[in-house]
Design a protein around this ligand. Structure first.
Ligand code: ATR
Length: 269
């Protein structure tokens, strides 16, 4: 049986084992998928030990995505851009290939909800690793423009500069947010603390979508705020399932159906 796992620290809260078990059952693939808490100072050792025990692929979550990026022998285009890896694949030659499926996961989830990205004016809140991972797929989906707004304006400006060759993108502080947007994506960790970035009340265009990359049993503060202002609220649970499906596809060359898995996961929150 091919072995897979998710590496994190902590990792006990991870829903990946549940999601991949559901994909395996649905597709008839026989895999063993576990959760492994890697030591903070030796991610490479954890990956090598896993390979030695028959591991052939892994997901990588906080705080190891940059460590995973550094250990790979080869990388996908989008992983190079993101500077992070959430999917490791052991090749037949013993080399490790790295990909990041977070951004494509977000784009697929938005598509499944009927959100049009082509020609959309997109506002992205935050400029950390999570945001870096979604910019290439958003721009490639045909966004008219992307504005990155962040508490630390300079980080948003630098991030935008890294993606300027892919489309119309700029960065600034929250005070730079003017006009209206079709899609507003919260990629800050502010909602973890129950905080809301300081945003103008009238930033949502007609029919706008508000997306929080976080999720929970209750709507995040950002989504509650957005819904009160007429936007359609979507949380990041769908993105989680879609990124997992893309990883599963990288490993098994089979695409699982995500809708039933997402519905079951939603029930269990
Ligand atoms: P991640 O990997 O989840 O993106 P990160 O790289 O630490 O984590 O980035 C966290 C993001 O959330 C940053 O954009 C951060 O803003 P700063 O760059 O100014 O630090 C943002 N963030 C965290 N707490 C916040 C808060 N209370 N209000 C607004 N933004 C916040």
């Amino acid at each position: 049986t091919d072995r897979y796992c998710v590496f994190g620290h902590p990792v006990g809260h991870s829903k990946s084992p549940q999601i991949h078990a559901a994909f395996a059952e649905q597709t008839g693939e026989t895999i063993d998928y576990s959760a492994i808490e890697a030591p903070l100072d030796d991610f490479i050792g954890a990956w090598q030990a896993f390979i030695a025990k028959g591991g052939v692929g892994a997901n990588v979550t906080v705080p190891f995505k940059e460590d995973a990026f550094r250990l790979c022998d080869t990388l996908s285009h989008r992983a190079k851009r993101a500077g992070a890896v959430n999917t490791l694949v052991l090749g037949g030659n013993g080399q490790t290939y790295g990909d990041t499926t977070d951004g494509v996961g977000l784009v697929r989830d938005l598509e499944h909800h009927g959100v049009k990205l082509a020609a959309a004016r997109i506002l992205v809140l935050g400029a950390g690793g999570a945001v870096r991972g979604i910019l290439e797929p958003l721009l490639k989906a045909g966004a008219a423009s992307v504005l990155i707004a962040n508490r630390t304006a300079e980080k948003a400006e630098r991030l935008a500069a890294d993606f300027m060759d892919l489309g119309v993108i700029r960065g600034g502080g929250f005070e730079a947010v003017t006009g209206t947007f079709d899609v507003v994506i919260n990629g800050t960790s502010a909602s973890l603390a129950g905080d809301l970035p300081p945003l103008p009340d009238d930033l949502f265009a007609n029919g706008a979508t508000a997306y929080d990359m976080m999720y929970g049993a209750e709507p995040t503060v950002f989504l509650a705020w957005a819904a009160e202002r007429g936007a359609r609220p979507l949380d990041g649970l769908g993105m989680l399932v879609e990124q997992a499906a893309e990883s599963f596809f990288q490993w098994r060359n089979v695409r699982p159906e995500t809708a039933p898995v997402l519905a079951a996961l939603r029930q269990s929150l």
